[in-house]
Design a protein around this ligand. Sequence first.
Ligand code: NDP
Length: 257
Amino acid sequence: MDISRLPSFRLDGKVALVTGGSKGIGFAMACALAAHGAHVVIASRNMADLQKAAAEITGQGFSCSWVQADVTDKENVQRMVDCVIGQHGRLDILVNNAGMNIRKPLIDIEEDDWDRVLNTNLKGIFLVGQAAAKQMIKQQYGKIINISSIFGGVGMPFQTSYAASKGGINQLTKVWANELAPYNINVNAIAPAYIRTPMTSAWLQDEERYRNIVNSTMLNRVGEPEDVAGPVVFLASDAANYITGHILYVDGGWTAK
Ligand code: NDP
């Protein structure tokens, strides 16, 4: 075996788009992709957050730019993808990450709660994935990584809309993997358990809940955004060329318990 020709984890020359890249898990994944050589475009709604996040990455000598977009809006999404292609000529890696949660007991969920969560987490993933796939098909190359959750596979009280959206992500990941394989496009999902981010920090402040979460986790701690960095680089890289349609749990062992 010629060791120098083994597939690399490096992403030099690749162009990556990370939705929800201004904060939390998205920001950590953007940092990791940039650190491995990709030019990373981060996207979300708040411009000040985007500027700050991009400056933190470029300030450390890595390549990053930003585009403002709301993933629930089809025109915004097309403009975002057109902007990436216009500036960089291609789109190699999509990290379909933007998401939100509204945790409520089933009987208290308003129709608007359901619509907001499903529009962001499922319709948003669909719109961005569709726009990116059109470009990746032309290139005959692409890596799509959808950010799911353990709640796409396991049940938990108060997660009706969120779990429904993440279960949907798992399924569309498998459908897209089948459909896009002929074009050399790999489609996978990452399904984290609890990760400490702006989305979960208030929820994790309840001591009893926090203890229960840690007790459900083999590795005996809540995850940090950096815990998702290695998995996303792996799936984005040519080291994962023979992996598609896979849901990679990044959960400290939660779902194997
Ligand atoms: P954060 O709330 O920390 O960050 C969410 C990011 O998404 C922000 O950049 C936000 O920016 C952006 N965003 C939200 N709505 C939209 C929208 N409509 N259009 C564009 N961007 C949007 O969340 P996390 O980092 O915790 O979560 C990231 C992903 O990981 C989500 O899909 C989440 O479901 C998933 N996940 C999180 C877990 C956790 O424990 N934290 C566990 C499992 C999965 P802005 O508001 O400015 O638009």
